[in-house]
Design a protein around this ligand. Structure first.
Ligand code: NAI
Length: 284
């Protein structure tokens, strides 16, 4: 086992079940002291209890690891400040933050209420913003930090019924892109995971034979790499059933239509402007 987290402290949000649980278990197995955060609500974000987080802490301890539990909502600034305080008091530093907590409010855009978007954006995007903001000064001071955003194929490519969720998930990529630039001087590296896995979130969306091949621990393998000292910076890692590839925002070369360019010129040159055959990733 070469990647190890001895002496490192990790916070994993939404770690009471699903992907967050396997991330927390694996980080702890590899030596990290882990803060297991989970509000303990339903998939659509209702209710809450510390039971789920407590159970994962018990699992980590039973396997010989170190962990503490936290039942805060990632959307609550004061509660997140307390989560960070609790972590610092217990373990003295914060090296890793996995922003994993999430909910769904799926509906076709026609039927979606603005409230369905606000709550989903709040948990995924603002929740990740609030947690990242809370650990940022500590990581900057330490000159070390590894942060993982949890994006989604729905954000990268779109999915019926997930206008709210897709917006939140791609928003996290935009958030990451700027943090990569600002975190560089303090060796804070930020990456995104785009998972597909069998969890309560997907249990009704795919047939059993497919779900059986999509263990969350196969996504965790990618997340643990993104949390490691040798992590890349600014990558979007797609992980599903043991298959891994990156996604990226790319651009092609500029087509110069001159200072008098009109809409008709854009139309006439559309084939050239939209030709992605030589597209590349912009260096950061
Ligand atoms: P899950 O429902 O098992 O896990 C989400 C966890 O977040 C739950 O334990 C929930 O209690 C917790 N949570 C929800 N709101 C919270 C809040 N305000 N504060 C703290 N904790 C909160 O689902 P899963 O699949 O494990 O999802 C984990 C992440 O992966 C989510 O961000 C999800 O959007 C993302 N994802 C999952 C995919 C999949 O195929 N399972 C696909 C793409 C993205």
């Amino acid at each position: 086992m070469s990647i190890d987290f001895k002496g490192k402290v990790a916070i994993v949000t939404g770690a009471g079940g699903g992907l967050g649980r396997t991330h927390a278990l694996e980080l702890a197995k590899r030596g990290a002291k882990v803060v297991v955060n989970d509000l303990g609500g339903s998939v659509d974000g209702l209710g809450g209890s510390s039971e789920a987080a407590n159970k994962v802490v018990a699992e980590i301890k039973a396997a010989g690891g170190e962990a503490i539990s936290n039942g805060s909502s990632v959307t609550d600034e004061t509660a997140v400040a307390n989560l960070v305080k609790q972590t610092m008091e217990a373990f003295g530093r914060i090296d890793i933050l996995v922003n994993n907590a999430g909910i769904l409010r799926d509906k076709s855009f026609k039927k979606m209420e603005v409230a369905d978007a606000k709550i989903v954006l709040d948990v995924h995007l603002m929740g990740s913003f609030i947690c990242t903001k809370a650990v940022w000064p500590i990581m900057s001071e330490q000159n070390y930090g590894r942060i993982v955003m949890t994006t989604s194929p729905s954000g990268l490519f779109g999915n019926f019924g997930q206008a709210n969720y897709g917006a939140a998930k791609l928003g996290l990529v935009g958030f990451m892109n700027t943090l990569v630039i600002e975190g560089k001087k303090n060796d804070i590296r930020i990456n995104a995971i785009s998972p597909v896995a069998a969890t309560r979130m997907t249990e009704n969306l795919m047939p059993k034979e497919m779900l059986d091949k999509l263990g969350p621990e196969l996504v965790t393998a990618g997340v643990v790499f993104l949390c490691s000292t040798d992590a890349p910076n600014g990558s979007i890692l797609q992980a599903m059933g043991g298959q891994f590839h990156v996604a990226a925002v790319m651009e092609n070369e500029m087509v110069n239509l001159g200072e008098k360019a009109t809409a008709d010129d854009v139309a006439a040159n559309w084939a050239k402007i939209s030709d992605l055959s030589k597209a590349r990733v912009r260096p950061k």
